[in-house]
Write a protein that binds this ligand. Structure first.
Ligand code: SF4
Length: 247
């Protein structure tokens, strides 16, 4: 079962396609950070449940939590023999991913007392190839930093199989012109560390790295679908035949 324990509903950027950036409150209450006791109790409540896939995110940016490292270290420390969770996935915009944090995540991913692949995936929300488009789509001028952070994470991980990395672009009018560049760039990055990967129009499975061109869910769905179909044609992958995604 998928379990989302949301470390925070705050976010540090304002993506055009995300309703998180359009409101002051995400859950009908002021945004906040989870306290440690809630995290401990939430994890304790998972013990004994079958096949838990844990994600410390729902809305917001989990790495923005001021105690992010302590939270994830604790989760893995009590997960010996996968007694709390079977899989762990991190979704992040990678704005705050210094080298020490990247190394910590990779150390947790190689812990010996859990099944291989317990730290299954990191899903990077990037949405642009150029810094200018990043600033436009993401509402913050952090493009170069994000590209550097994600590339460094991929290089530090090297040929270790897990976590797999998904780099994602939600196709929209503001980034449609550089979908090809996005795919070419991240293809080069994956190849530079000898990773196999796929380019996909739908949620990628967790057995391989992926470049994910995600369809925007919007009021004018026919227009979003047309952008997405064009992006797929541009990079030579089959477009989606059904609805997916939540943006
Ligand atoms: S980084 Fe994620 S939560 Fe933040 S505005 Fe963008 S899509 Fe929304």
């Amino acid at each position: 079962m998928n379990v989302n324990l949301e470390l925070t509903d705050h976010c540090n950027i304002r993506c055009r396609m995300c309703s998180q950036s359009l409101r002051d409150e995400a859950h009908g209450a002021p945004m906040r950070f989870m306290d440690f006791a809630t995290w401990q109790n939430g994890l304790a409540g998972l013990e004994g449940l079958p096949d838990v896939h844990l994600c410390p995110h729902w809305l917001g940016e989990p790495t923005l939590h001021p105690e992010f490292e302590a939270f994830v270290e604790y989760a893995f420390a009590i997960n010996r023999d996968n007694r709390i969770f079977k899989r762990f996935k991190l979704h992040t915009n990678a704005v705050i991913l210094p080298v020490a944090r990247a190394r910590l995540l990779l150390r947790l991913a190689s812990q010996p007392d859990v099944e291989p692949g317990t730290f299954e995936a990191v899903h990077f929300s990037i949405d642009a190839w150029s810094p200018a488009t990043y600033a436009f789509v993401k509402g913050a001028d952090h493009g170069e930093r994000v590209f550097r952070n994600v590339e460094r994470f991929i290089q530090l991980r090297g040929e270790v199989p897990f976590p797999v990395v998904h780099v994602t672009l939600v196709v929209q009018e503001g980034n449609l012109h550089e979908v090809r560049d996005f795919v070419d760039h991240w293809s080069r990055v994956f190849r530079s560390v000898n990773r196999s990967f796929r380019v996909t129009a739908d949620w990628p499975p967790f057995d391989q790295d992926a470049i994910y061109l995600r369809r925007l869910n919007a009021g004018d769905q026919a227009r979003s679908d047309a952008w997405h179909a064009r992006a797929c044609v541009d990079v030579g992958i089959p477009p989606l035949a059904r609805a997916s995604g939540s943006f």
